[in-house]
Structures are given as structure tokens and as C-alpha cells.
Design a protein around this ligand. Structure first.
Ligand code: GLV
Ligand code: MG
Length: 326
């Protein structure tokens, strides 16, 4: 282990994160009754410019009046390049009461963007005497943000998570896409011509692999949760599940739901199964026994396990306990 230890962000269940337009009060009420771990009330791209003042009013009212139960509640403010942003932060933090947990900052491009929001948030928290410190969720969704992701991930003690905003990222990088957050059938490889008549196979690739993997590393190196963003086709649960699994396998801890039907899918993919938890527990037991016998590695079910296996197993068991206590 390095002498530098990454401080872990505030622990919070983040398997599913439901996006709800702040302009629709009924949707906010429904979201509060959903099974989402986090609900983010949007003031940004799901809200038309003329609706932003009403959306702020709705969100302030919702934060004061709706029972969100044990969910975490976040508000996505507008970007730092707009004049909506300061009003979002001032109104929500001054009038929103103590229920708010997180602010989601879109299109973060540099560490200084986070610094500026940290300053503003700190001033308002002090001025109104807020008791709970607001955490930040950042969306990495521009070429600039991805180029600076390592610096951004270490920019404030308020940071909890980095989110891959695939729709804006595609626009910013001018990637060619078919469905938001989905694969593109033209992104793949054709197997080599091995002989005159051999069949060649076409293998689809994941065009988002580099971006997600890079964001995961930056997040984990700074003790933050990496979260995968939207999948646009809400009539395709299989497509959603596949994209959610591939991000989970790379280390993500959850995924956005842009439609209520995607909440259960995210919760399913990002919860360890009973089998996985039982296996992790067996690894911990076997390693405890090995350590008593002075061994660093042993075999379990014909496979080598060592000290590194303990950490993976502990992560899994800790996650299961977190879910059980939610
Ligand atoms: C989310 O905001 C995205 O752009 O995908
Ligand atoms: Mg976006």
C-alpha cells in the first residue's frame, strides 16, 4: 500500500439514481415513493429555459414538504457557463431546508469549477447556518472534463461521486452514436482473413470503454463513487441491463435511471447476489483460517486466493450489509 491513503467519501447507496425534471411536481412526488437510492431533481437540461424559475419553486417546495424516506436527494443545477447557476444554488440552499443531501454539478471542465461551487456553497451554508454539509456529485461529460478528470476528482472535500454523462460527452467529443449510452453497431472489429473461404466474424466493441474506465480510476483513486449515466432507450430493458453490467464490471457503483422502469434494473445489477455474498464469506473464512496457519495464500474450489481476495470479498460483504440496513 502507498503511504498515501485515499480518504473515502461519505458512504451512500447509489445503485440507482433517478432523474426527475424539477418542472413536474407530480413526477417529484412519484419519485419519492420509488425504489431509487438517489433521486436527482433536475434544473438543467430536462427543464426548458422559461420553466427554470417554476422548477426552482417546485424543488424548494418538494424539499420542504415531500417525505423522501431514506433516499438521498440531490439537485442538478445549471452549468457554470449559464446565468441560471448562481440563482439555482442560492435559492435551493437558502430555502430548501435540511433535507437536501447533494448538489449535482453538470459539465465540470476544470478543478476550478468545483472550487467556485465549493466557495459559494460554503458561504451560503455559513450564512443560513445549515447543519448538514452538502456533498457534490460531478458529471464528467465533456472532452475538457475528461482531460482534467484526475485533478477534478481531488478538487474538494465535498466530492462524493463522478458520473459519466454519455449524451453530452458524445456531443462534446463528436462521437457517432445511435442510442444514448448504447453501443454503435459500426464500432467493432472484423476477424482476420485466415484463408480464402473462411467465414469472418464481426465483433461489436464498447465505444465507451475508455471513458468509463478512465473515470473509474480517477474516482477510486480519490475515494469517490464512479456512477454510469443514462441509457436512453427505456423500452429496452435488456439493452439497459447489458450496459449496466459492463459498467459495474469496470468498477461503477450504480447507474442513472431516466425512467422509473430502469430503477429495478439498476438495483438488481448493482446489488451483489446471495451467491456472491456467500462465496465472499467463504473466502473470508478460508483466509482467516489460512492466516491462523501462517499461510498467505490457499486454494478454495480449485482456485488460488490470497490477501488481495480478502479486500474484494470485504467490499462485497460490506455492500450487502449497506443494502440490508437501508
Ligand atoms: C447527462 O447529463 C448526459 O449528458 O448524458
Ligand atoms: Mg448532460
Amino acid at each position: 500500500m502507498s503511504f498515501t491513503i485515499a480518504e473515502q467519501a461519505q458512504a451512500r447507496l447509489n445503485r440507482s439514481e433517478l432523474a426527475v425534471p424539477g418542472s413536474n411536481y407530480r413526477f417529484i412526488e412519484k419519485a419519492a415513493d420509488s425504489a431509487a437510492d438517489i433521486v436527482f431533481l433536475d434544473l438543467e437540461d430536462a427543464v426548458a429555459p422559461d420553466d427554470k424559475p417554476q422548477a426552482r419553486i417546485n424543488i424548494v417546495k418538494a424539499l420542504n414538504q415531500i417525505d423522501f424516506g431514506s433516499k438521498s436527494v440531490s439537485v442538478r443545477i445549471n452549468g457554470l457557463d449559464t446565468h441560471y447557476m448562481y440563482r439555482d444554488v442560492v435559492d435551493i440552499l437558502e430555502q430548501g431546508g435540511e433535507r437536501l443531501d447533494l448538489i449535482m454539478i453538470p459539465k465540470v471542465g476544470t478543478a476550478a469549477d468545483v472550487y467556485a461551487l465549493d466557495m459559494l456553497t460554503t458561504q451560503i451554508e455559513d450564512a443560513v447556518g445549515r447543519e448538514k454539509r452538502i456533498g457534490f456529485e460531478l458529471i464528467i461529460e465533456t472532452a475538457l472534463g475528461m482531460a482534467n478528470v484526475e485533478a477534478i476528482a481531488g478538487a474538494s472535500k465535498r466530492l462524493e461521486s463522478l458520473h459519466f454523462g454519455v449524451a453530452d460527452y458524445a456531443a462534446s467529443t463528436r462521437a457517432r452514436t445511435t442510442v444514448i449510452g448504447g453501443p454503435n453497431p459500426k464500432y467493432g472489429v472484423l476477424t482476420d482473413k485466415t484463408s480464402e473461404n473462411s467465414e469472418r466474424e464481426y465483433h461489436w466493441g464498447d465505444m465507451w470503454h475508455y471513458a468509463i474506465a478512465r473515470m473509474v480510476v480517477a474516482a477510486r483513486a480519490n475515494g469517490l463513487r464512479p456512477i454510469d449515466g443514462p441509457f436512453g432507450d427505456f423500452s429496452d430493458p435488456d439493452g439497459y441491463r447489458a450496459q449496466a453490467y459492463r459498467a459495474a464490471i469496470l468498477g461503477c457503483e450504480g447507474k442513472w435511471a431516466i425512467h422509473p422502469s430502469q430503477i429495478d434494473l439498476a438495483n438488481e445489477v448493482y446489488s451483489p447476489s446471495e451467491e456472491e455474498v456467500a462465496k465472499a464469506q467463504r473466502i473470508l473464512d478460508a483466509m482467516e483460517q489460512a492466516q491462523k496457519e501462517g499461510k498467505g495464500a490457499v486454494s478454495l474450489d480449485g482456485r488460488l486466493i490470497d490477501i488481495a481476495s480478502i479486500k474484494q470479498a470485504e467490499n462485497l460483504v460490506r455492500k450487502a450489509a449497506q443494502i440490508a440496513s437501508a
